[in-house]
Design a protein around this ligand. Structure first.
Ligand code: PLP
Length: 391
């Protein structure tokens, strides 16, 4: 890779693996194993003295192409791709924590992530404390001598709370811990956590990285030392991505920047319009001047993301009615898709979070979450207008 390439160029040309056939498009190597010229080569490959591929649970050229492109985009030394975003999160946490360690986490987490943090890790003997992502003094007060990892999503799902990555990285490092940021809501087109001091940036690649709602996958980016630890877990536990999905995700990256630019601009237009709508109580979007962390969002993100959440003047019945009345938005939980989506977090994405957990994270029955796609923004606005009118 040329060192002077800009991110838009890396998203298209970074990490390409070209075979002897000189194909222009990245090839898909759907091969479970790779052959060795001689027994001696095999022995050198297996102990890592010789570079090459042996078996696709440990490494594969198509997966490597995706990993290298992602590492370059996140400004990381190395990346490992996993079978899902949850595999990325679980593999990273269990490979960096052990029995007796303490995890300090944000309480504003994706539903399944919250289950890993609050239900699974304690069964392995890992202590967990959860705090508000935006209350720096709460993070400081909750640090313990055995705190090894700080973990958060920013912006958070679904309310878009923005945590101060630089301040939390400094806090982690002062206490010999590492900071892990779930960068799913931004993708590297919008935010680079590692440049702000985070040790690991991970994400569900299912969302904005694929961008077309086709494949499940995850990615973990960081230093050689940390990613070696995560990779050792991933290859042993069998959490690696399929080469076919890695190929789809690499092609998703080729349009990442243009997609995100238009989607974020559509999202800002809708957020501004919703904020003045008489049937809307409150809009949560980092791009609005009314957002409590608007200044921080402007500082650490290039744009404000594709997710807009809003509370309607009503309760669950009215919120469900709006969700059921849209004709263009898709009723589904996916986000970061070129197709705009709508969901009711309280009864879908966050249904398994406890009542107290939902209350602490501010997820009410009147909340609706949008992921804004690439349709013409006037059509999206008209669809919401007619749905709100029927409320
Ligand atoms: C979707 C999502 C995940 C989980 O990713 P999968 O690919 O569905 O396993 C984790 N974190 C956030 C913020 C998400 O939106």
């Amino acid at each position: 890779m040329s060192k002077s390439w800009h991110p838009e160029t890396i998203a298209i040309r970074g990490g390409r693996q070209i075979s002897d056939f000189s194909e222009h498009s990245q090839a898909v190597f759907m091969s479970s194993s790779f052959t060795y010229p001689t027994a001696e080569d095999a022995s050198r490959l297996f102990v890592g003295e010789q570079e090459g591929f042996t078996y696709s649970r440990t490494a594969n050229p198509t997966i490597m192409a995706f990993e290298q492109r992602m590492a370059q985009l996140e400004g990381a030394e190395r990346a490992v791709a996993t079978s899902s975003g949850m595999a990325a999160i679980h593999a990273t946490l269990v490979s960096l924590l052990k029995q007796g360690d303490h995890l300090l986490s944000s309480h504003s987490l994706f539903g399944s992530t919250s289950s890993v943090v609050n239900n699974m890790l304690p069964r392995y003997g890992i202590e967990v404390t959860c705090v508000s992502p935006v209350d720096l003094s709460a993070w400081e007060a909750a640090i313990q001598t055995n705190t090894k990892v700080l973990f958060l999503e920013t912006p958070s799902n679904p309310l878009g709370e923005v945590a101060d990555i630089r301040a939390l990285a400094d806090l982690a490092h002062k206490h010999g811990a590492v900071l892990i940021v779930d960068n799913c809501f931004c993708t590297p087109a919008v935010q680079q956590p590692i440049a702000l001091g985070a040790d690991i940036s991970l994400a569900s690649a299912t969302k904005g990285i694929d961008g077309h709602g086709r494949a499940i996958g995850g990615i973990v980016c960081g230093s050689n030392v940390l990613i070696e630890q995560v990779w050792n877990h991933v290859k042993t536990a069998g959490e690696i991505i399929s080469p076919f999905n890695a190929w789809l995700l690499s092609s998703g990256l080729e349009t990442l920047f243009v997609r995100l630019e238009r989607e974020c601009s559509n999202a800002l237009t809708l957020a501004r319009w919703l904020e003045n709508h008489p049937k809307v109580e409150k809009v949560y979007y980092g791009g609005l001047e009314s957002h409590p962390q608007h200044a921080l969002a402007k500082e650490q993100q290039r744009m404000f993301g594709v997710v807009v959440a809003f509370e309607i003047k009503g309760a669950r019945k009215e919120a469900w009615h709006v969700v059921d009345s849209v004709e263009l938005f898709s009723r589904t939980g996916n986000l970061g898709d070129v197709k705009s989506t709508i969901t009711h977090p309280y009864t879908t994405t966050h249904c398994r979070v406890s009542e107290e957990g939902k209350a602490a994270a501010g997820i009410t029955e009147s909340l609706i979450r949008l992921s804004v796609g690439l349709e013409n923004v006037a059509d999206l606005q008209a669809d919401l207008e007619q749905a709100l009118a029927r409320m």
